[in-house]
Design a protein around this ligand. Structure first.
Ligand SMILES: Cc1cc2nc3c(=O)[nH]c(=O)nc-3n(C[C@H](O)[C@H](O)[C@H](O)COP(=O)(O)O)c2cc1C
Length: 305
């Protein structure tokens, strides 16, 4: 297998951070989780992340949900952004914004299978785009949300339909935790090249004084890490395609844990709001060095299953 050594400022040049994901070489296994990287920080991503992944784009612009949209909770946060984005046309017009010297992955969501396919058709011919991640698992929108992860039947239908226009590009299916093993198997059978696990977990915040619901949204952060880790571990034992781990990563040890559990690459979401991903990468490199391992070896390095 061909890999390249990462040239990461602050990490040991002798540590091999490179991984291969669906034939794409990533200089590091870190990827920003969809929707969590501020556009203002695009200049800082090279050398830290192995690929770029912007916020989910939908066929038409979405204003998102009304405020409040975020709440802090123990060991995490709840968000209800509702896929706010400028829509596909504007996204494509500004695609060069993401020319940061990294492979570009795009995340897409839609209300119907036909719209998913139409979006994939548009990206199929985009040279800049290295892979497409289908967001089948957003808990914060009425349509085009969790219904695509309702069960293996719907997962299979949407993945198989999107596979057709994207015959030349890797296709990832991002799944929710519920039913994750069966849904991941269905995604693989329908032609997904990788599965991304997991999206936020449906959650609720109440205001006891006002006796009102303050926020319904998706829980992310350290609170969901053990759940995400289990999803990655169980799914990677039953599918042959790579698993991309996401959920609660805030340190280099977390990255190592996801890769030991079977992840080929790891996305960092809300953790990047509280810690520098660069620091997480340095910690991960230190872990590899201490244990005499390369990033790509970790999936086979777990001594006991
Ligand atoms: C503010 C915010 C916005 C998000 N937007 C998206 C999105 O646009 N598309 C998507 O697939 N996931 C979205 N997510 C989910 C993350 O990509 C990730 O799956 C989830 O937060 C779990 O990872 P974490 O614990 O590292 O944050 C969002 C999460 C947060 C916190």
């Amino acid at each position: 297998m061909v890999t390249r050594r990462a040239t990461v400022v602050g990490t040991d040049p002798d540590v091999d951070l490179g991984v291969k994901l669906c034939g794409i070489l990533l200089a590091t296994p870190l990827i920003p989780a969809a929707g969590t990287l501020a556009k203002e920080t695009l200049g800082e991503v090279k050398g830290v992340y192995g690929a770029m992944l912007p916020k989910t784009v939908t066929p038409r612009p979405r204003a998102g949900n009304p405020p409040p949209r975020v709440a802090e909770v123990s060991s995490g946060m709840i968000n209800s952004i509702g896929l706010q984005n400028p829509g596909l046309d504007r996204f494509l017009e500004n695609l060069t914004d993401y020319d940061v010297g990294l492979p570009l992955f795009v995340s897409v969501a839609a209300d119907t299978v036909g719209e998913f396919v139409a979006m994939c058709e548009r990206f199929a011919g985009e040279e800049r785009v290295s892979a497409v991640e289908l967001n089948l698992s957003c808990p914060n929108v009425e349509h085009g949300g969790l219904q695509f992860c309702a069960g293996p039947g719907t997962v299979r239908e949407v993945v198989a339909a999107c596979r057709v226009p994207l015959s030349g590009k890797p296709l990832f299916a991002k799944l929710t935790n519920e039913g994750v093993v069966n849904n991941a198997v269905a995604a693989e059978e329908a032609g997904a090249d990788a599965v991304t696990l997991i999206n936020t977990i449906p959650a609720l915040v109440l205001d006891p004084r006002e006796r009102q619901v303050s926020l319904r949204g998706g829980l992310s952060g350290p609170a969901i890490k053990p759940i995400a880790l289990r999803a990655v571990y169980e799914v990677s034992q039953v599918v042959g395609v790579p698993v991309i781990g996401v959920g609660g990563v805030t340190s280099g040890t977390d990255v190592a844990e996801f890769m030991l559990a079977g992840a080929a690459a790891v996305q960092v979401g809300s953790g990047s709001f509280v810690r520098e991903p660069q620091e997480m990468l340095e910690e991960f490199a230190a872990y590899l060095r201490k244990n005499g391992l390369r990033a790509r070896d970790l999936a086979d390095a777990l001594t006991e299953r």
